[in-house]
Design a protein around this ligand. Sequence first.
Ligand code: OSB
Ligand code: MG
Length: 370
Amino acid sequence: MKIEAITLREIQMPLVHFFETSFGRTYSRRILLVTVHCDGVDGWGECGAGEDPFYSSEWIESAWPTMTKYLVPALLGQHIESARDCPALFANVRAHRMAKAALENALWDAEATKKQEPLWKLLGGTRREIPCGVSIGIQDSVEQLLEKIQTELAAGYRRIKVKVKPGWDVNVLERVRSRWADITLSCDANSAYTLDQVEHLRKFDQFNLLMIEQPLWNDDIYYHARLQKELRTAICLDESIVSSRTAACAVETGACRIINIKVGRVGGFSEAAKIHDLCQAQNIPVWCGGMLESGIGRAHNIALSTLENFRLPGDVSASKRYWKEDIIDPEVEVSAQGMIAPSGQPGTGYRVRTDLIEKLTVRKETLRAG
Ligand code: OSB
Ligand code: MG
């Protein structure tokens, strides 16, 4: 494939409902989309970077110039066999994984379309159905949270994850468990606790949680290993796992028993697949995380989730939970059994609605080879 041109654009999309984590509330997304133009085919990618550098040090305003100054010039004019060759071209740029992932994943998308093969097959996926869970943010009241959980259970979702932080945790989990004794329930702290709160965190053990996600610092493995020894509940790492090396380290030290893979956080499909393989070999289940993606990122998460060791329900859910109108056609839908069936069509199997994207675009820049 010859990489002839690359377009970056920012689109703005208001969320149907605000999303609150321990680091803040989001009402509307600013999403950086990339399009790679190769051999007459367009491949699309979505950058996971947020509006602010809170979940990750990357944000939309760091990703854009990192792409235009370094990553896009490293790709333009190159002839590559496969999207697999992309990470090597970015090797001299340290970190900036979400920026890299958007471009690499767009190349995978282009390659799948060019080969007239489903993206999930190209990635080595085998699953024909993906189990889905939901991530429910911090609400204004526990009653509101219970109502939301009720709605999602009725829609068929197979795992409920609630966001927690000090002051919105044990009290909330108690209310949820006393209403639903048997649902598959987990929680996500987004690094809201410290190791000296171990006695408090031990109280989570009484709720029979599938996991507690990222209780401690984003850049730490060692203290999670110390904490895991003190808890019965499985720790799942999200923010701390940024590469296959950090994943190997976390597994070897016993810092977690489950890993959440987000393709942006780890730098693209190639690295995500490496982490998947490593976890599979060590018998560590993985699941696909979400970043409030538009349909483009969502379709890529679905493709990734078809790999065999994605054994637990992911945070990959229906478009309508986030958007009044998504930028793909059809929108992502979830069955009454809480499953998504990946399409057998070439590429992602979803058509990108370029007309709608054009209307949502607030800035756009195209860079060309030569
Ligand atoms: O920690 O998984 C997280 C959203 C933004 C940033 C971090 C996280 C999340 C979610 C939402 O939990 C998952 C989704 O529904 O896309
Ligand atoms: Mg998380």
